[in-house]
Design a protein around this ligand. Structure first.
Ligand SMILES: C[S@@+](CC[C@H](N)C(=O)[O-])C[C@H]1O[C@@H](n2cnc3c(N)ncnc32)[C@H](O)[C@@H]1O
Length: 232
């Protein structure tokens, strides 16, 4: 598994963007813990290189997520309560603000990323915490939409966070997950688990799948997948 991963990395590192690619790979290396992930992003944010390394020409997650939310909420965006999970430095918050959303909260476990996001002045509340199977200090049914762009990966948001994400969304509200498609099989926690769990939650009446779309050039020329669910 590790050798296979190293081979894939080597193939992709033969890319003109080796520096940015390697930096991103560091946040997703096999076996990385959730705490190490948060610390890694803080260092990356503090180096002032994050927004260059994962700028819009290399990483389209925020743009794709914002487009999905605009389709789901074509009007009265200013009153829709949105939780940007894994908000990072606030690229998605900014996109949403520009499209008329005015009630945007962010959640991220990395203090450095939270501080960078605060400077964007688009978030009502910024919560420094992990999205996991632990109950957050957020009331059930608070949000019209919970959205994740780029927060899924090795050591990132685990599969077993899905029930907690559903809990904090209103009935009739949406959960949007934008992630690299290959993580569905290359991340141990997700392989044969993430999509079956999504299905189980549908069968048990927690949410229904609205769409599952594969998109090209999500990040570093890799395909992305956009899941949209509606809470029941
Ligand atoms: C690639 S960045 C994406 C940031 C932002 N969503 C964007 O699209 O620009 C990934 C973010 O996921 C956050 N993250 C990692 N593990 C997380 C977890 N368990 N819960 C919430 N956020 C997490 C990291 O701190 C980092 O800010």
């Amino acid at each position: 598994m590790a050798a296979e991963k190293a081979k894939r990395f080597q193939e992709k590192a033969n890319h003109r963007d080796t520096g940015a690619y390697a930096q991103n790979y560091g946040a997703h290396r096999e076996g990385i813990s959730m705490k190490e992930v948060a610390d890694y992003y803080t260092q990356w944010a503090n180096s002032d290189k994050y927004e260059v390394d994962l700028g819009p020409e290399r990483y389209r997650g925020p743009k794709l997520a914002a487009e999905s939310l605009c389709e789901l909420i074509p009007e009265n965006r200013e009153s829709a309560r949105v939780l940007d999970i894994a908000s990072g430095t606030g690229f998605l918050g900014l996109e949403l603000w520009e499209k008329g959303f005015r009630s945007i909260d962010g959640l991220d476990p990395s203090e450095g990323m939270i501080e960078a996001a605060r400077k964007k002045n688009v978030y009502t509340n910024l919560i420094c915490d992990f999205m996991s199977d632990q109950k957050l200090d957020i009331n059930a049914g608070t949000y019209d939409v919970a959205v994740i762009a780029g927060g899924m990966g090795e050591g990132h948001i685990p599969c077993n966070a899905l029930p907690e994400i559903i809990r904090i969304v209103k009935a009739g509200g949406y959960v949007v997950i934008v992630m690299r498609e290959e993580y569905l099989v290359h991340v141990g926690d997700y392989k044969d688990r993430l999509e079956p769990l999504m299905k189980e939650l549908e069968i048990s009446g927690k949410w229904k799948k609205i769409s599952r779309k594969i998109v090209p050039n999500y990040s570093f020329e890799n395909k992305g997948v956009i899941f949209v669910f509606q809470k029941l």
